[in-house]
Design a protein. Structure first.
Length: 86
């Protein structure tokens, strides 16, 4: 097993709800109300990804720094591409 992969045994309830472990919730920073996306990647295999909240996304480091002028230029170019302006 890859040392970067953790494995957890989860239970499924009578109504199909999936119960996590406290350790998994801590690792993924899951709190009441958190959302996850489950993707079936192969028969019998599921990938679970945590969906960040808006607040968490806003706290992340910015990837690109653009000036207002650069944004305006990109906006004009995009509008020309789709034909909304000449």
């Amino acid at each position: 097993m890859n040392s970067n992969i953790s494995e957890f045994k989860l239970k499924v309830g009578k109504k199909g709800e999936i119960y996590t472990t406290a350790k998994l919730r801590k690792i993924l920073n899951l709190k009441p109300g958190s959302t996850v996306v489950a993707k079936v990647i192969d028969e019998g295999k599921v990938l679970i990804e945590v969906t960040p909240t808006i607040e968490e996304l806003l706290k992340r480091p910015k990837k690109v720094k653009l000036s207002v002028e650069e944004i305006e230029k990109l906006s004009v170019e995009a509008q020309k591409e789709v034909g909304t302006i000449e």
